[in-house]
Design a protein around this ligand. Structure first.
Ligand SMILES: Cc1cc2nc3c(=O)[nH]c(=O)nc-3n(C[C@H](O)[C@H](O)[C@H](O)COP(=O)(O)OP(=O)(O)OC[C@H]3O[C@@H](n4cnc5c(N)ncnc54)[C@H](O)[C@@H]3O)c2cc1C
Length: 379
């Protein structure tokens, strides 16, 4: 509330002082009926702040949806927000490990973008963002009804992660047989079915990628839920956790206890075991600690920044992630472009609740900039 009041006062101050509002470039914002665009209106619940400006957000995941929402909630109706998302619906990774044991159904993890459009007046464009021109401040988007160009004053990108597949896993055919299920979706149900088809006394061999990766405790949590299910449904089975890192990377005490006590004799934990190659036919993962054969392989590849970051000139950190100023999440390579969520390289973990917080800090910084000020140095 404090922040909201502050922004309202700041907006009113700007209007009264005649500070320049951010110009609205003449793009195709009015052409909202093409493709699967969901037009945003100005719901009466939005505050009147006097702020104006245009923000385009790429990626409607946990970080992107948050920044879009808070830009409108705090900035008010004069701040136009367009969200570009390639998928018609978002599938949450959170709780997706429980799909593997049939405790949770995939359908309960799916969300659409109707509420962002209806409640917050965000224009949602379904399409793939491919390039940004920092001079004209425009974003190119491929939609089902053809290419579009969206103008912006500030661009926020939150495209998540991509994967660098090891040798043996680089074809779509190999990836269909050995899944990562580290982006919830069809791979999650494939892996669930593979686990269900395991014989009693079988082995589930999974890998943990080198840090930093999305959801630090997630792989160890997966090992535990699969071990628990196998114990009850496929007696005598084993889970082998091949960790590229020298030790458990998150909640070490809890997972050590889980591996050595709760699931003793079922989970084998092998640190310092980065994947060298995967032999899909022989169902074997070759690692620095030797080969491991399993009835089911679950290889979570090294997480990298999506190619889109490189395409727009912000992939200036290790593995193609984006370096940012954490007061605003503005790229250190491309002024006017902010990178939030798993795609940014910070000391914070790559997690949904962190992406949500980054979205709020970024929204606050952009609104302060729209008001003629600077990001809050105390963030
Ligand atoms: C098994 C598992 C369990 C997890 N559990 C938790 C948990 O309990 N708590 C927690 O906080 N986190 C958890 N996480 C982590 C969390 O899911 C991620 O950190 C979070 O989703 C990151 O949010 P994001 O917005 O950066 O990326 P994403 O959620 O991946 O969203 C990125 C979006 O961008 C879109 N996109 C990408 N490129 C383009 C483009 N060029 N054009 C248009 N759209 C594009 C994608 O379609 C996607 O919708 C878990 C992760 C996994 C794998």
């Amino acid at each position: 509330m404090e922040r909201r009041n502050f922004l309202a006062r700041l907006g009113a101050y700007c209007a009264a002082a005649g500070l320049p509002a951010f110009a609205l470039a003449d793009d195709d914002h009015d052409d909202d009926r093409r493709g699967s665009t969901r037009p945003g209106g100005n719901p009466s619940t939005l505050p009147v702040t006097g702020l104006t400006g245009r923000v385009v957000v790429v990626g409607g995941g946990m970080a992107g949806a948050a920044v879009a929402k808070f830009l409108r909630l705090w900035g008010g109706a004069g701040v136009q927000v367009t969200l570009v998302e390639r998928e018609p619906r978002y599938t949450s990774n959170i709780l997706s490990n429980l799909v593997l044991t049939n405790t949770v159904q995939m359908s309960s993890l799916a969300f659409d973008y109707g509420k962002l459009a209806a409640t917050y007046g965000i224009t949602v464009v379904q399409g793939e963002a491919s390039a940004a021109d920092p001079v004209s401040r425009t974003l190119s988007v491929a939609t089902a009804s053809g290419p579009r160009t969206l103008g912006y004053d500030r661009l926020v990108v939150a495209p998540g992660i991509d994967f660098a597949y090891p040798d043996g896993l680089q074809t779509a055919a190999a990836q269909a047989l050995v899944t990562h299920a580290w982006t919830a979706g069809p791979q999650t149900t494939t892996l669930r079915d593979q686990i269900r088809a395991m014989p009693a006394g079988g082995s589930f061999v999974m890998t943990v990628p080198p840090a930093p990766y999305r959801c630090p405790p997630g792989p160890y949590e997966r090992a535990c839920v699969v071990a628990d299910w196998l114990k009850r449904n496929r007696p005598g089975s084993r889970v082998v956790v091949l960790d590229a890192n020298p030790a458990i990377t998150a909640e070490r005490e809890s997972f050590t206890r889980a591996f050595e006590q709760t699931h003793a004799g079922i989970i084998t934990y092998v640190p310092n075991a980065p994947v060298v190659q995967v032999d899909v036919g022989a169902r074997t993962v070759h690692t620095a600690m030797g080969p491991f054969k399993g009835d089911v392989l679950n290889v979570i590849p090294t997480n990298v920044g999506p190619k889109f970051l490189k395409d727009i000139g912000v992939a200036n950190a290790d593995r193609g992630f984006a370096q940012v100023d954490v007061l605003s999440y503005e790229s250190t390579a491309a002024p006017g472009i902010h990178v939030i969520g798993d795609a940014s390289a910070t000391t914070q973990p790559k997690a949904g609740h962190i992406g949500n917080q980054e979205g709020k800090v970024c929204a606050d910084a952009i609104l302060r900039i729209f008001a003629g000020g600077a990001p809050d140095p105390a963030r």
